[in-house]
Design a protein around this ligand. Structure first.
Ligand code: BGC
Ligand code: CA
Length: 300
């Protein structure tokens, strides 16, 4: 059993802002230009845009599983779809393929992704059922070149960079860890893997993550009904409880980046569990008492 540190700055209130019933809600990213939260339902192949000003959520069906999205500097989105990287124009419903990734392997798909401090888009893959060692982590450079950064990954998940842009945090879920790498902004190279956080299996599987303005890590725990905040030295700082077990990812949003949006899923729940968690697949929001960093934009 892990000791839950007192949540000094979050008052415990979590709001269900969108009863989305997403099968596998994921990949939230706040678009400061538009004032909307972009997120995905991976298995449905849906890209959502949630506008907190109106409460409206618009959906684009991209026709295949979509693991993650990144904002583009020039407008629109970069996507990590089942077959690889693609671009989605602001007004266009159909993604344009940019670079294939494991396209001939029908048993894998792309999963979580994030734009790095230099405008490259990183996303990884997983075997559909999460079979060990079948995934990789890739980096898409602005010119369209794809580089395999890590092999022998199982469920490639959360990615985030420290505010000083010198460290990459990375989660391969079944390892039950958050690892860190030295990150070289000039060429995107990573080195010197070490473990920052270890999470007990009973507390859930580490999934998506985001780094706040103080350099602390917020990680969603799949099967753990919580989002946790960790110090960069690995100390557990806060635990936020959610009314759903499959918590998938989180991102800061709102005009002042003082709100934390949290995605969830009903995937993996038995019929009975689903009835017990009617909000599973919903989009949640809380005020954690700390601000986030603006999402970086893909430069390609
Ligand atoms: C994946 C799911 C997986 C979950 C927990 C998500 O990112 O898309 O398939 O079950 O992480 O590891
Ligand atoms: Ca994820």
């Amino acid at each position: 059993m892990t000791t839950h540190a007192p949540s000094a700055r979050h008052d415990g209130s979590v709001e269900l802002v969108l009863d989305a019933r997403a099968e596998l809600g994921e990949g939230p990213v706040w678009d400061t230009r538009a004032g909307v939260l972009v997120w995905v339902d991976i298995l449905a192949g849906h890209v959502h845009r949630y506008d907190p000003a109106t409460g409206a959520d618009s959906v684009t069906d991209v026709g295949q599983p979509v693991g993650a999205v990144g904002l583009r500097e020039s407008g629109g989105l970069v996507l990590a779809v089942r077959d690889g990287f693609a671009l989605l124009d602001e007004d266009g419903p159909t993604p344009r393929p940019l670079a294939a990734v494991e396209r001939e392997d029908l048993e894998t798909r792309m999963n979580d992704g994030e734009v790095d401090p230099a405008g490259r888009f990183w996303a990884g893959t997983m075997e559909l059922g999460g079979a060990l060692g079948r995934g990789s982590l890739y980096r898409l450079d602005p010119g369209g070149t794809v580089t395999r950064v890590l092999a022998d990954v199982s469920i490639s998940n959360g990615l985030g960079w420290s505010p000083d842009e010198r460290t990459l945090y990375y989660i391969d879920s079944p390892t039950q860890r958050i690892d860190a790498y030295d990150y070289d902004r000039s060429n995107g190279a990573i080195a010197n893997r070490r473990t920052v956080v270890e999470i007990e299996a009973a507390d859930g599987l580490p999934d998506g993550l985001t780094v706040d303005a103080e350099g602390f890590l917020w990680v969603a725990l799949w099967g753990g009904s919580t989002v946790r905040r960790y110090a960069p030295d690995g100390r557990l700082d806060q635990v936020v409880e959610l009314p759903v077990s499959q918590v998938t990812s989180c991102a800061f949003g709102g005009s002042d980046l003082a709100e934390l949006y949290v995605t969830s899923a009903w995937a993996g729940l038995e019929e009975q569990q689903r009835r017990a968690e009617p909000a599973a697949g919903g989009l949640f929001r809380l005020r954690p008492g700390v601000r986030g960093l603006p999402a970086r934009r893909f430069a390609g």
